[in-house]
Each structure stands twice: as C-alpha cells, then as structure tokens.
Write a protein that binds this ligand. Structure first.
Ligand code: UD1
Length: 383
C-alpha cells in the first residue's frame, strides 16, 4: 500500500513520527512518503522536529509558507493536486486540524471526483472527532470538514465517536486507537530527560526540584486582540513575581508583542522573572514541561501532554476540543480572565493542584493500532 503521510505545521510532526516508524517496521507492506507542505518553515518550527524525532527528510516539500488562510490553503491544494496527478497513492493520511490537514484531504477528495477514481486514494484522518463547537476557530472548520471527507477516522477518546455519530458519520469508519502524540511522548521521554534546556535558561534546580511555570501563546484570538493579550500578560506578570515563567515565543506572538502598544515584555524580563526564548525543539520543550510546576497555554496538544505528564495545565481559552483533559486530566479552562488565571495559579503554588489520570489508550501504542486497522480494513475498502 502506497501511503502519503501529510505534515505541515509544528503540531503535526510529533504525530506523524510514530506512524512513520510503525509503517516502516512493516517493511514491504507499505511504501510511505512524507509530504511536508511547508506551512511552517523556520528551523525552530519545523526542521528541529525532524531531527529530534529521527524522521527522514520529507520526500516532497511544497514550501507554501504563510499568508491568509485562503492563500495558504489554496496553495497547498494546488501543490497537492499536482502531486496526486504525478503519483496517486492508495492512502492519504492527514493528522490534526491545521490548514495543511484540510487542504490535503480536500485535494484528495476532489481528485477522486475529477478522475472518477473511487475510492483511491482513501483518506484517513488521525485525531478525528474533536470538537470545540467554536466556529470562529479555523481549526474547528478544518477538523469538521476533514472528518466528513475521510474514509477512515482514527480517534483519541470515546467522546470523539459520539461527536461523529451526531454528525451522521457511520461508525464503521471510526476506530478508537488512542493518541499518537502520546506515542511520541512515551518514546522520547527518557531522551528528553537529558536535555540541557533548564541550565541554558538559567533555571537552577533546588534539591533536584525545579520551580518555574511555562507559558505558550499563539492563538490569533489571544495574540491579535490587544485586550485579551493585555489580560493574559498582566496575569503572567503577576505570576512571574512569585515564580519564574518561561515563555518560548511563537513567531506570530513575537511580532504582535513587538508591534503592540503594550510595554515590551523583553524589558520586563530583565527586571522580573519572565524568561523569553525562541520556540523550542521537541526534546527541550518536553523536558521543560516535565519539570514545570504548571503550564499556561492556548495550545491544543499541550493540554494532552500535560495530562499524561501529570503537570497542572491552565488553558487560556474559553473552550476546548479536548474535554477529556478536563474531565480526567490535569487541565482547567481559565479563558483570558485575569482573576481566574491568578486564582488557579495561586492554588497550584499553594500546593492545591488538580490531579488527574491518564485517559484510555494514551499508552504509546496508538500508531500500532492504526497500522493494524490499515492492514485489516483497507482490503475491504479497496475491493
Ligand atoms: C498553526 C495552526 C494551529 C497550530 C499552530 C502551531 C492553522 C489554521 N493553524 O497556526 O492550529 O496550533 O500552527 O504553531 O493551521 N511563521 C513564521 N515561521 C514559521 C511558521 C509561521 O514566521 O515557521 C509566522 C508567519 O508570519 C505566519 C504566522 O507565523 O504567517 C502564522 O503561521 P500559520 O501557519 O499561518 O499559523 P499558526 O498561527 O502557526
């Protein structure tokens, strides 16, 4: 079976790595090519992940870069359609919810219509069925449309299947396999322990215990809305007067902080303990999370990683598409309300952190289950 494994943006790389390795393990049963759209292109946002996760160079690289959603999505569709015309795979596998995910699923589905070539290529979506129910989130559009274009839907949790059923997606297409991003975490946790990132950032360990929090921020509704950004940064400044806060800054966020009328955070960093850094690679960031007192974030994946690591997570958004991290894990939804963020941060620092458990099938074996499904069920689809 010829497989195109699609990745484009930072949160895709740790999801394709375990799948790539499992498919390679099967030897001649699969011929897999990694297609990188180039949605993310900086060394720290892309190549370092290939190095850290022992991935080969992508077989095909589109280099589409940034731009508006329409421009970025359209450029990926055009490039992927050309590629499908040159060599049509049996399966296009997309992961997550970024623009590259939807663009490649859509190009593959339209390619089938244009060439009257059903079902080839089959479309598989890994991390299907997550819903925030917030249609102002580009990822919610990407997720929902990708699910409806897909033939095989691999889910991370039981509530995803419920969401898909409500939308009329047949249960015969849905497979509860677990969380491939946690596969990567399980595989690289030991290696990450050797990372020197704490020393590099000047985070001295006290009797083997670190004492700092981590912040990540990149969502447009937080970063591009001056009011929200101000609320968040005010809370963070207050927190950083009690405990150092490490803030690896996403390229978009850096631009916004630099161009906003807010006092520059970099100046603040010198006088208090807000420590800014470039975006970090996979191993360094994993180490940073593992040792943190707590994490403040507006990312999706980090809500899941902190749950598995048992590290408290304060989510700086009004909704989550990953409610299992709240129900079973260490996640608390704070929105961008300064008082709420401070209240929860104080509770953690006072030793009253939320505890959680690890959700079912977040055990490092999701990619293995996906490959099992491909071996057993695609024959049925392809006949
Ligand atoms: C994308 C995903 C988001 C994911 C995030 C992780 C979509 C709709 N969004 O958002 O779901 O959580 O990735 O980071 O697909 N930039 C660089 N260098 C890079 C990458 C981006 O400078 O390597 C800058 C560019 O100015 C770019 C901007 O960041 O225009 C935003 O990048 P983009 O890919 O459009 O979206 P993200 O905000 O990164």
């Amino acid at each position: 079976m010829k497989v195109f494994l699609i990745a484009g943006a930072r949160p895709n790389f740790m999801k394709i790595a375990p799948i790539w390795k499992r498919l390679e393990k099967r030897g001649r049963a699969f011929e897999t090519k990694i297609i990188h759209t180039g949605q993310h292109y900086d060394y720290e946002m892309s190549k370092i992940f290939f190095e850290n996760l022992d991935l080969p160079e992508p077989h095909v690289y589109f280099g589409v870069g940034g731009g508006s959603h329409a421009e970025q999505t359209a450029r990926i569709i055009l490039e992927f359609e050309k590629l499908l015309g040159r060599e049509t795979p049996d399966l296009v596998m997309v992961v997550g919810d970024v623009n590259s995910t939807l663009a490649c699923a859509l190009a593959a589905a339209k390619f089938r219509c244009a060439h009257r070539q059903s079902p080839r290529p089959l479309i598989a979506h890994v991390e299907a069925g997550l819903r925030s129910r917030d249609f102002l989130m580009p990822e919610e559009i990407n997720r929902k449309l990708t699910d409806h274009l897909s033939d095989l839907l691999f889910t991370t949790c039981a509530d995803a299947a419920v969401n898909l059923k409500k939308e009329g997606i047949g249960p015969e297409k849905v497979f509860f396999v677990g969380n491939v991003m946690i596969d990567a975490l399980v595989q690289y946790r030991d290696k990450a322990k050797n990372s020197k990132v704490l020393a590099r950032l000047g985070l001295a360990q006290n009797r083997g215990r670190s004492n700092y929090a981590v912040l990540t921020l990149h969502r447009p509704e937080n970063v591009e809305n001056a009011l929200n950004l101000d609320q968040i940064l005010s809370a963070v400044r207050e927190i950083s007067s009690q405990v150092p806060v490490v803030f690896p800054v996403h390229p978009r966020t850096r631009q916004k902080i630099e161009t906003s009328k807010l006092p520059p955070v970099s100046r603040e960093a010198e006088s208090s303990s807000l420590i800014l850094s470039e975006p970090l690679g996979y191993l360094d960031f994993l180490k940073l999370m593992m040792e943190a007192r707590f994490v403040l974030t507006d990312s999706g994946g980090i809500q899941e990683e902190t749950t598995v690591l048992g590290v408290p997570c304060l989510t700086l958004r009004e909704t989550t598409e990953r409610p299992i991290t709240v129900k079973e894990g260490t996640n608390i939804i704070c929105g961008v309300n300064q008082e709420k963020i401070l209240k929860e941060a104080r509770a953690i620092l006072a030793g009253r952190a939320k505890r959680g458990k690890i959700p079912k099938y977040w055990d490092g074996r999701a990619a293995e289950r996906i490959v099992q499904v491909l071996l057993s069920s695609t024959r049925k689809f392809m006949l």
